[in-house]
Design a protein around this ligand. Sequence first.
Ligand code: NAP
Length: 469
Amino acid sequence: MPIATVNPASGETLLSFDPLGAGEIERRVAAADSAFRTYRTTGFDERARLLNRAADLLEQDAPEIARTMTTEMGKPVAAARAEALKCAKSMRWYAEHAEELLADERPSDADVKDSGAARASVHYRPLGVVLAVMPWNFPLWQVVRFAAPALMAGNVGLLKHASNVPQTALYLEDLFRRAGFPVGCFQTLLVGSGAVEAILRDPRVAAATLTGSEPAGRSVAAIAADEVKKTVLELGGSDPYVVMPSADIERAARTAVTARVQNNGQSCIAAKRFIVHEDVYDAFAERFTAGMRDLTVGDPLDESTDVGPLSSEQGRTDLEELVDDALSGGATALCGGRRPKGYEQGWFYTPTVLAGITGSMRIHREETFGPVATLYRVAGLDEAVALANDTPFGLSSNVWTRDEEEMRRFVRDLEAGGVFFNGMTASHPALPFGGVKRSGYGRELSAHGIREFCNITTVWYGAEPDNGS
Ligand code: NAP
């Protein structure tokens, strides 16, 4: 894949970059290794000062970097600005909380005595150079939610960003440099995916985190396993959105539209499969379809646009194939199911709702990365849970109900890293984020995220010998 900014709203290549050669990659890995040796000894106050400074700069830069992101991958510009501000807020959160999240722990006196130690403690020490392989869909947020905790823990980062967001990738390196992080603490490597293996196998690289597709995750995890290196994987999702009879149907339908089309439908945690109880199916389907039909598709730099183009021509082709397969297998398009008229340039797709999905259709099992919803009718809670879990993925889930007993059942039975009631899945720095099954493993954000790239070290002090009295 060429490393280039190609405007998805026009298909025009705006800027291309040569990938780094082997010599330059070596220089940067060496700089990261060298930076880690000193940066690891800095205190939380100093790291927090630098990260807060990065947050200040990002807030100032938000309007400009938002336009760059929109031009590179097509998200509506208002959402791009919001993403930049969320990143700044999350940097401040980790700057404030990292010290308490990584504070030394002491076992109870009874356990210490039982271990034979005079005293014992647990310390969270940084692992070293962490390679981050990141996707284009939230080109700032995916990186910051790795970088903020990693840097606060005393690690240093090497970013291999998606090839279609090179300007955002370079901006991130520049942001941390301007904030005052020492040379080598955070570097962007403009390389294709073929360069990842050699970097990951380099003994100076301690660990890797990848957010992206299942094939990319499998490849990186296999290499890391061969090198016995820690990985965190945040992969795809096909999140269920269950609507039960006690739900506020008006709100559930309105939120469903946003949950499906946020980021032009290209979000791992977007709701993708809408599983609706038969008692409220017709009311929900009517409102949801009307909401999807009313969305404004258009230029993502226009503030009034709801849904911009898909990020790449291939992305649209993949989505069209899933929809066409479903339609030819007997599904019905309640709206959409085609490209919008009047958009000859760019990779636009009409917001779509499909009903009549069967288990033999590809769309039932695969992730729809675009503004396409599948609608299912179920007879009760057991069927809703079974259908929600009938997917290779397990990232998050959404349930609309006011019934406490139903809530307990969904929390107990849904196979997902999150269960969001009466709302849509979102991320917050204080709450862990990640999935099960083919959605990956490990967690980002919160205490769980910052500890993923720590060496959890046991420190044990033997008792002083009895001096014979
Ligand atoms: P992708 O093709 O897997 O790309 C993600 C990153 O991995 C890019 O930097 C890409 O580089 C690199 N890559 C691709 N193949 C690789 C390989 N074999 N070895 C090493 N690196 C490789 O995914 P995408 O299409 O950009 O992103 C969409 C996917 O990401 C969806 O499945 C979505 O659900 C998932 N996602 C998950 C989360 C989460 O938190 N769970 C968040 C966002 C997105 P190039 O660009 O150079 O190919």
